[in-house]
Design a protein around this ligand. Structure first.
Ligand code: ZN
Length: 240
């Protein structure tokens, strides 16, 4: 009696489930009340795998007579799935996720040649991430989502959320950024109006210069009273 082959599953570029078996990739071809029929991804091939609806192996038909296994394509599919999973779950920069996953996986030379460059993959991954991005608020009354209240390392990021003279003021900064701000001799202030959603007046940011580098340290929205906000983070009102 032959043992059932080991099956694993992944997600294709088109967000469809694929089946991986012995270095071959199968796509779901038909679904019947009791069985699912998975056809080899190579359209010239007549190999099928049958599973039940819990994706347990039931049987197979046909053979891969006309082509060899594609282990490097399997590696690429697993790599892409891992990247997409992290893009959907995390707020880490997409380029950083891509680089980290490439470094953490031991990919064959064949797979490395098939994996798109980060710049090529970025557009589709950005589209994917936008699916999880909350819609822009339609008023200034909304809760700041948890994903924007803390950093990826879990540090506190939403520093203050108050109303000043009937205007909502939201400040973002980590403790580390504030420490850097208070230890610098040079602070720069910048504001932008065009990048702000209509319910807010502007996005304002504080930058400090340290080690000859300029660092973004605090940002806030809807601040028409700059001195009130500077006092809010503990800066002297004489700051100019
Ligand atoms: Zn085949």
């Amino acid at each position: 009696m032959s043992t059932a082959p080991s099956l694993s599953f992944s997600i294709s570029n088109k967000r469809k489930q694929i089946l991986i078996c012995d270095g071959f990739i199968f796509q779901l071809n038909r679904t019947r009340p009791r069985l699912k029929y998975w056809r080899c991804k190579d359209r010239t091939c007549s190999a099928y795998i049958h599973t039940d609806h819990k994706n347990q192996y039931v049987g197979k038909s046909g053979d891969h007579n006309l082509h060899l296994p594609v282990p490097e394509q399997v590696e690429v599919a697993l790599f892409k799935e891992k990247v997409k999973e992290r893009v959907l779950k995390e707020t880490t920069a997409i380029g950083k996720i891509y680089d980290k996953e490439m470094a953490s996986l031991t990919l064959s030379d064949g797979a490395l040649n098939l994996i798109p460059l980060p710049e090529e993959a970025k557009a589709s991954l950005n589209r994917l991430r936008r699916q999880t991005t909350p819609p822009l608020p339609t008023s200034s009354f909304f809760d700041v989502p948890d994903a924007y209240s803390t950093t990826t390392t879990g540090a506190h990021f939403l520093f203050s959320d108050t109303v000043v003279r009937k205007k909502r003021v939201i400040l973002f900064a980590t403790d580390e950024q504030l420490r850097m701000l208070f230890s610098t001799k040079t602070i720069m202030i910048d504001g932008t109006f065009s990048a702000c959603v209509p319910q807010f007046d502007q996005v304002f940011s504080l930058h400090c210069v340290k080690f000859s580098m300029c660092y973004w340290v605090v940002a806030w929205s809807d601040c028409y009273n700059i001195q009130a906000c500077l006092r809010g983070i503990g800066c002297s009102s004489s700051t100019s």
